[in-house]
Design a protein around this ligand. Structure first.
Ligand code: PLP
Length: 377
């Protein structure tokens, strides 16, 4: 394997696996449709190529968190798509939001009022989504605000209501009883908006069996290969990350390695310094506890993770695999994003969104998804 020299490593993003994950979720939630959550640059994997692959697979709804993300992505999306902004409509940004052409999730009465006021000024309806806080206590209209809206529905005049949505707090655990409480509360409230499509589920909710999924599910992590619930994970891995060996040395028993010499060898050891550090998003928390893989051999991280490198104990690796430039698997067949996040006491979302800018990125294209076409051709 040849790695591009001079980078921190190679990050390979498999758009075919992404599309397969999209299709698996779509099968699971049918007749609901699947929206792609592409906030945070598609969880670090590239919002533009990810959205293009999802679009080719039939996805027409996309979610980002911020107006600034929408402004970057919108020009790349075909005209028959809708781009929503989850974090809402910042006061003062009403005009910018219209200029970008994104649909804000309206999270408060204040946001509803400011969107509606602009619509009346402009003399045309403006699209909007209403989010309801059904128990997560984060974003969306509270029961008090909903009661006010019930007695003054004219506040929505001018808003073309596209979706009413909520977000589940415990969807990563399908057995948590709070999911059903939120679904029931949301069902009751959503009746206040008859005929408006509904959206409830993230990845975890979407892959929960035996529940209704509304009209649109908002899938993020499962598209990118993260487990929607615990193991086994039905999703295909989307990323592979290889670092490379920068330098090798042999250390004697008793010698230490890295800042603070926090690891000391109790036998003579071969040590490989590799090209990834915490500036590349590899958690410093994996100092002396995480691992990598070379030729199918697990190699422990020894000493502290540095900014641009870390050290591996490669004593048990065959010599032929040990040379400057040789690849080292950080995420791949032996070690998934879920494995790495578990070792680092975090979640796969954080591992993905922190992937650094110093990798050579390769996108494996999704193969032709339409079998009829390929027969004709
Ligand atoms: C991020 C987010 C999602 C996607 O969640 P996943 O767990 O990654 O599928 C869906 N809905 C909202 C409101 C979000 O903030």
């Amino acid at each position: 394997m040849v790695l591009q020299h001079g980078t921190a490593g190679r990050l390979c993003i498999d758009l075919g696996a992404l599309v397969a994950n999209y299709q698996l979720i779509a099968q699971h939630v049918a007749p609901a449709t699947v929206a792609g959550v592409v906030k945070a640059d598609a969880y670090g994997l590239g919002a533009v190529p990810v959205s293009a692959a999802l679009y080719a697979a039939g996805c027409r709804h996309f979610f980002v968190a911020h107006l600034c993300e929408a402004a970057i992505l919108k020009p790349h999306l075909p005209i028959d798509t809708t781009l929503y902004i989850l974090n809402g409509l910042p006061l003062g940004a009403e005009g910018d939001c219209v200029a970008v052409g994104a649909v804000p999730v309206l999270n408060s009465l204040e946001q509803i009022d400011s969107r509606a006021a602009l619509a009346r000024t402009m003399g045309r309806p403006l699209p909007g989504v209403i989010q309801i806080d059904s128990g997560m206590g984060r974003l969306g209209l509270t029961p008090d605000e909903l009661a006010i809206l019930r007695i003054s529905p004219e506040r929505l005049d001018g808003i073309d209501l596209r979706l009413v949505m909520t977000h589940l707090a415990c969807a990563d655990d399908p057995d948590d009883g709070f999911n059903e409480r939120q679904r029931t509360a949301f069902d009751a409230i959503a009746r206040q908006f008859p005929g408006v499509p509904r959206s409830i589920d993230n990845s975890g909710g979407a892959m929960t069996p035996g529940v209704g999924h509304g009209d649109i599910v908002r899938a993020g992590i499962a598209l990118y290969g993260g487990a929607p619930h615990g193991q086994p994970n039905p999703m295909r891995s989307v990323i592979a990350l290889d670092a490379y060996i920068v330098q090798l040395r042999t250390l004697e028993a008793g010698a230490g390695v890295g800042y603070g010499l926090t690891h000391r060898f109790d036998r003579p050891a071969r040590v490989a310094t590799i090209s990834v550090g915490y500036a590349d998003g590899w958690p410093r928390h994996l100092s002396n506890r995480g691992s990598a893989w070379i030729g199918g051999v697990r190699v422990p991280i020894v000493g502290r993770v540095s900014m641009d490198s870390m050290a591996l104990d490669v004593t048990d690796v065959p010599d032929a695999l040990l040379h400057a430039g040789a690849p080292v698997e950080l995420i791949g067949p032996h070690q998934t994003i879920d494995d790495v996040s578990a070792q680092a006491d975090t979640i796969s979302y954080e591992i993905l969104t922190r992937l650094g800018k110093r990798y050579a990125r390769t996108y494996l294209p999704a193969s032709v998804a339409n079998p009829d076409r390929s027969i004709m051709a």
